[in-house]
Design a binder for this molecule. Structure first.
Ligand code: SIN
Ligand code: FE
Length: 292
């Protein structure tokens, strides 16, 4: 199934409701011509799952060692993708752009169908994203994907969202004493919001998200029984999703680039729909959506 971005609701509202929003044509400039051909010819180092650039530091890894000029060209093209995507984000989603931290950019240049991977590392099993390489510290993962393959579609499935998964799995993923808030969650959130400050960095947040990520991949309910939506992303299309809130899996495709933006709960239109609010409610013992 594909959808176009035709809904009358604002984009941030749609994302926070757990929608995956598709743009049939990527709304920012993409590498073309010789640059695209150069990108599509790059290879992995034989160990990594993708080529990764950390745009904030300029560090890059996962690529096959090549001449200095080729490495510089690759890094330049990926950095340019980041600049274009981020400039678009500033226009389309200013509330997130103003508050976000830049996460990694990944260039996924290997065919996903039939890829043989450690089940803990594969994106082919349904999962919610947890921190990879960079602690979330309570921020959500807003991810912009682009299918830069000129010929072939990329396919995904999506399924249940974080609050429903917490309801289902809560007792099995919780560790004793984990994340017990010092005072009732809602009060803390209200207080934090009133004072305009975030809650203190919560490392148990990242540990819990990582356990949820792995738990989902082994859970027969999520993998087999849960309701699923199938997505076919055309060449040149882009899609956005809060990937720690919406469970997802890649089915097939080659040559996608995605940029992660670590988005604080405070920048949500409705903080209660953030991943952190869902986790805070879970820790407080009530995962049902609270009245606003
Ligand atoms: C992911 O699971 O976050 C990545 C999916 C993909 O490679 O398209
Ligand atoms: Fe993922």
């Amino acid at each position: 199934m594909t959808q176009t971005a035709t809904s009358a609701l604002p984009l941030d509202e749609r994302l926070e409701r757990g929608e995956l929003v598709v743009f049939e044509r990527c709304p920012f400039a993409l590498p073309a011509g010789e640059d695209l051909r150069f990108l599509l010819a790059r290879e992995l180092d034989g160990v990594s799952k993708s080529i990764t650039l950390f745009p904030a530091s300029g560090l890059m890894g996962g690529h096959r060692p090549e001449s200095r000029a080729e490495v510089a060209r690759l890094k330049g093209l990926l950095a340019e993708f980041n600049r274009e995507a981020t400039a678009w984000l500033a226009r389309a989603l200013p509330r997130y752009h103003a508050a976000m931290r830049l996460g990694p950019l990944r260039f996924r240049n290997v065919e996903e169908r039939g890829r043989n991977y450690d089940p803990r590392l594969t994106g082919a099993l349904l999962h919610v994203d947890a921190n990879s390489d960079q602690a979330a510290l309570g921020d959500s993962f807003l991810r912009v994907f682009v299918n830069i393959n000129p010929e072939q579609v990329r396919e995904w499935v999506t399924s249940e969202q974080l609050p429903a998964l917490l309801d289902r799995w809560g007792d099995r993923v919780r560790e004793p004493g984990e994340g017990a808030p010092a005072m009732p969650t809602r009060l803390r959130l209200r207080l934090g919001r009133a004072l305009g400050i975030g809650l203190p960095a919560e490392t148990s947040y990242d540990r819990l998200m990582m356990r949820l990520h792995f738990f989902g991949k082994t859970d027969p309910y999520l993998q087999e029984q849960a309701p699923k939506t199938r997505w076919v992303f055309q060449p040149g299309s882009a899609w956005l999703v809060f990937s720690d809130i919406v469970s997802h899996a890649v089915v097939s495709g080659r040559y996608a680039i995605d940029q992660t933006y670590l988005t604080p709960a405070e920048s949500f239109r409705d903080i209660e729909r953030s991943a952190r609010a869902a986790i805070e409610r879970f820790w407080a013992g009530k995962t049902a959506t609270l009245p606003i």
